[in-house]
Unconditional design. Structure first.
Length: 182
């Protein structure tokens, strides 16, 4: 009998009566457990775990990411990041937070970052610097900026009309950082 499922390290796979411990497994008190993450299989009297050969990509300078803005202050915004290539299904990566400084919005003066990005917005950014204090993002270049903007009043997706974002639900209007504009 063949039983397959996704398992994590330490997950129960089988009893020693059903099968013997095979590749990427270990026995503990007559039970077989997974030693790694992968797809478990019990066939031919052997319990094993097949490991996918996909390695997780760690963040690097120059990586393009999508970031969901989760916190803003006067001079910075924090976003939960996902690499653009992961969104397209090309790689797997870890989830991480990035910081967008007010100086990395556009060339020129930006008084308050909350005038440009707000909580709930999704931006396309590039990792500008990785330091012990964190990952710094930039949207200063023309190809980066807001991908999806939501109304701060009713949380409806806003539409872009004449360089202004307008909510179709409540009529709220805002000017934000538009990709392709500096």
């Amino acid at each position: 009998m063949d039983k397959k499922k996704l398992v994590l390290p330490g997950d129960y796979i089988s009893s020693a009566e059903e099968a013997e411990a095979g590749q990427n497994t270990y026995m503990d008190e007559d039970n077989i457990f997974s030693a790694t993450m992968g797809e478990s299989s019990v066939e031919g009297g052997t319990a094993s775990v097949k490991v996918r050969q996909e390695n997780l990509v760690t963040p690097y300078v120059g990586m393009q990411v999508y970031a969901l803005i989760i916190k803003t202050s006067l001079n910075k915004a924090i976003g939960v990041c996902m690499p653009v290539k992961e969104a397209e299904g090309e790689i797997r990566s870890i989830e991480f937070e990035g910081v967008l400084s007010v100086t990395e919005i556009r060339k020129g003066y930006v008084k308050d970052i909350r005038d440009e990005v707000k909580i709930g917005d999704i931006i396309k950014a590039k990792i500008n610097k990785i330091s012990p204090t964190g990952i710094e993002l930039t949207i200063i270049w023309p190809e980066y900026g807001l991908v999806s903007v939501f109304c701060p009043r009713c949380r409806t997706k806003m539409d872009l009309k004449d360089r202004l974002f307008i909510c179709g639900q409540c009529g709220w209007k805002e000017k934000r950082k538009i990709p392709g504009k500096r």
